[in-house]
Structures are given as C-alpha cells and as structure tokens.
Design a protein around this ligand. Sequence first.
Ligand code: SAM
Length: 196
Amino acid sequence: MYDGPMPHPDTIPPKILRRIVPHVSEQHLDFGCGPGYWTYYIGHSRAESRIIGYDISEEKLCFARRRHGKDNILFTQSLEAIAHSGGFDSATLMFVLHEAGLSVMPCLRGLLSEGGRLFVIDYHLKGCGRRRFAEMFSTDPEMRELDAIGFEQAYAIHTSISLDDCIEAGEAAGFMTLERDILWNKYFMWVGEKKG
Ligand SMILES: C[S@@+](CC[C@H](N)C(=O)[O-])C[C@H]1O[C@@H](n2cnc3c(N)ncnc32)[C@H](O)[C@@H]1O
C-alpha cells in the first residue's frame, strides 16, 4: 500500500496551484494525480467543480481514495471512463510530463473540449549538473519518494524535458501557448489552449 509523505501546506505546489485554481472549470481532469494531494487541494478550492483524478498506479489511487476522498472528486485508473465523461474544460499535468513523456500531449488534447486549457507544471532541470540535482534530490519535498529508484535514474528522468520541449510537443499536438513561465529557477509552467 502506498503510504507516501504528506506535503507541508507551504511547499511550492500550493503556491503554484493558487495561480491555477481561478481557471479551474466545472469539469476538471488532474492527469497523473498520484496520491491526490493536489487533486484534493483543487477540489477543496473549487467545491462547485467536478474533479477527476486519473493515474496509472492503482496503489497511489487507493491511497488517494482513502486519504483524499471528497464528494466532488473521483479517482480512477480508467482512461476509457474519463474519455467518455464528455470532455474536460481544464486539466492539470503536475510533475507528470517527465515520467509520462511528451507523447502524452495528444492524449490530453483528445480529452479536452475545444478551448479547454492544459496547465503543465514540471521540473526546470534540463541540462542541470549532477551536483545541483543532488542538492535538490536530498532536500526537495517533491523528490522525497525517489530514494526508491536511486540517484542515477532520478537524474536521468528529471533532466530530460525542458519548457521548450513541452511547448514544442504541446503546439504540435494542437494547443496554442497562452502562458509560459520559469518559477524560482526550479519549475516551469506552461498553459496551452486547445485549438479547434
Ligand atoms: C511525480 S508523480 C506526481 C503526482 C501528482 N501529480 C503530484 O504532483 O503529486 C507522477 C505521477 O504520474 C503518474 N504517471 C506516469 N505516467 C503516467 C501516464 N502515462 N498516465 C497516467 N499517469 C502517469 C505516476 O503514476 C505518478 O503517480
């Protein structure tokens, strides 16, 4: 059973989420929701919205259902079920792109309705040296669970995708860039809108 760490409310993602929450629509998808901390934050902040948390890990979803269950949130592993839910007006991809890879962009486009917005947050670490990564690896609250995969694999995964790669893949998949930002020289944020 997944029993990951509980992030402190002052960790960086809530600060980022405060920028996203005002744009969360009635029907929102948190793709790669993991243990559901940020799904819950979004669902709690937008009680009138219906939030779907989707992930490939049943173990993390079990944890999410147990710890972060809420009337307006559904956690599921079924991509088919979410594909039939009628199209999302907004979606978040929080720290998922480096794991899922850029090929996930066309899938997100298919799940969003026309004009729907995709908010991508990920590490801004492409080209980062091993020394800087080692410092983050040992101190960053979002990386605490990575001990299990080891330093070398964590380094390879987290330094493989840049904001420019994200933009290129997003635009190639049919999104128009609305916003791009580097946050605290540590994360990037990209907001894309699905073109017709
Ligand atoms: C680093 S965790 C981030 C979890 C959560 N978004 C957060 O910020 O706490 C990455 C998550 O992406 C999920 N994931 C990776 N590839 C995926 C894919 N192709 N489809 C759905 N989920 C995926 C993993 O199972 C994992 O839970």
